[in-house]
Design a protein around this ligand. Structure first.
Ligand SMILES: C[S@@+](CC[C@H](N)C(=O)[O-])C[C@H]1O[C@@H](n2cnc3c(N)ncnc32)[C@H](O)[C@@H]1O
Length: 208
């Protein structure tokens, strides 16, 4: 493994094992094999739990990181993956452009701290597929306005442990203030909406 690969991962994984905990909890609740992660940077933790993940980022360092395929494989094996059993694909691309991914082909779409992923990439989710999204950058709010998506669960975080909840979903996504949430407003502010309850993330299911 290149020294740079190790260093980039150590910085990414500074809350050691945190993302693995998040994705592990989601994997326990969602039936998925293929994952698309636009704006991933070097967060390869999804590959610790899912066998086929496509990562997308415009960043040069992410491109260099994934180009060290042997180093990435070493990180997977260090994290319990059977050698050669998981497929890691990286697209050095802007996710607002057409990606080399078939529409309706992906089981799980990940949107964490990377802008309006749902707006551009929900097309790649299969019917019944799931979007994991947090409210940072306003993408959870954007997803809540999308007629293709409906809230199917939330990811709660307590003392560093993640769990998926599917009860009392009506009590989520309720704005604290009386505002008219529109895509235009979200684009303008580029920020999340303040809700009365704030789970770590949301799970939206794509309808037909
Ligand atoms: C704050 S980082 C978050 C990285 C990772 N999702 C995480 O949670 O640790 C945002 C990443 O999204 C990428 N990004 C933002 N807009 C993008 C776009 N339109 N296409 C591809 N990557 C994008 C940036 O290059 C950056 O690496």
């Amino acid at each position: 493994m290149l020294e740079r690969t190790r260093r980039l991962w150590q910085i990414q994984d500074r809350l050691v094992g945190d993302r693995r905990g998040l994705f592990g909890a989601v994997a326990d609740a969602v039936d998925a094999r293929t994952v698309l992660y636009p704006g991933s940077y070097v967060d390869i933790a999804p590959s610790f739990v899912w066998p086929s993940v496509t990562y997308v980022d415009v960043d040069r360092r992410a491109n260099q990181f994934f180009a060290d395929a042997a180093g990435v494989e070493e990180l997977l094996v260090e994290n319990g993956v059977v050698p050669g059993s998981h497929t890691v694909r990286f697209l050095h691309a802007d996710y607002t452009d057409d990606l080399d991914v078939a529409d309706g082909s992906v089981d799980l779409l990940v949107s964490l701290y990377a802008g309006f992923v749902s707006e551009h990439c929900t097309r790649y989710l299969r019917p019944g597929g799931v979007l994991l999204v947090n409210s940072s950058h306003g993408d959870a709010a954007m997803a809540s306005l999308d007629p293709r998506l409906r809230l199917g669960g939330v990811v709660a975080s307590r003392s560093g442990a993640y769990s998926v909840r599917t009860d009392t979903l009506d009590s989520y996504l309720v704005p604290k203030r009386d505002v008219d949430i529109t895509p235009e407003l979200l684009h303008e502010t580029g920020r999340g909406v303040a809700y009365t309850r704030s789970p770590f993330a949301y799970l939206f299911e794509r309808g037909s």
